[in-house]
Design a protein around this ligand. Structure first.
Ligand SMILES: *[C@@H]1O[C@H](CO)[C@@H](O)[C@H](O)[C@H]1NC(C)=O
Length: 181
């Protein structure tokens, strides 16, 4: 049969196409993704939190310039969690705090340059977060987005925003930074 005699040839062609096409890009892609995995492991140690669903941390460390599957919504959730758990802490300390003081203290905590970018840089997120080749991963907005997304990711991982808030306060307070109660 014709087809039978052609089979070996089909295999050879297929193998040639496969081999000529894949190696370089596949190798560099797998290198890149394995160093990303190592970075995620290290980050979990610094956070003192191990993800059940590592895909959530992976997404938290992915900027919108890199993929459609990115950290933008996680970052919104994370910011809300930080504000809610901070409000709870402030009011647990002082139930008579004025709304103005409470708002000021929350605003202080949410400031991009002085708070979340500093925390994010300290965690080294600028070296972890995946961005497109023409995006600077050290800018405050990229680092902050990634930092906040971590807490959105933890809340989704456990189903509890309190757990994420607890991790935040350890990370934020860890350097003896501005968070005074
Ligand atoms: C990236 O952004 C940081 C912080 O804004 C800045 O210091 C650095 O010079 C920028 N790097 C490049 C290559 O633009």
């Amino acid at each position: 049969m014709h087809f039978r005699s052609l089979l070996p040839l089909i295999f050879i062609v297929a193998a040639a196409v496969f081999c000529s096409d894949l190696p370089v890009s596949a190798r560099s892609e797998s290198l890149r993704s394995s160093s990303f995995s190592v970075a995620l492991e290290t980050l979990q140690k610094h956070l003192n939190y191990d993800f059940q669903h590592i895909g959530l941390l992976r997404r938290a460390m992915t900027h919108s310039s890199y993929s459609e599957e990115n950290n933008k919504a996680l970052s919104v959730l994370g910011e809300s969690i930080i504000e809610a758990s901070a409000s709870l802490r402030f009011m647990t300390k002082d139930v008579d705090i004025s709304s103005k003081d409470l708002n000021n203290r929350i605003a202080e905590l949410s400031k991009v340059e002085t708070s979340c970018a500093v925390d994010g840089m300290r965690l080294g997120l600028q070296n972890v977060v995946r961005v497109s080749s023409n995006t600077n991963s050290s800018t405050s907005s990229v680092v902050c987005g990634a930092f906040r997304a971590i807490f959105g990711a933890i809340a989704l991982d456990t189903g509890k925003s309190d757990d994420a808030g607890d991790v935040f306060f350890v990370v934020h307070g860890g350097a003896g930074s501005a968070f005074s109660m």
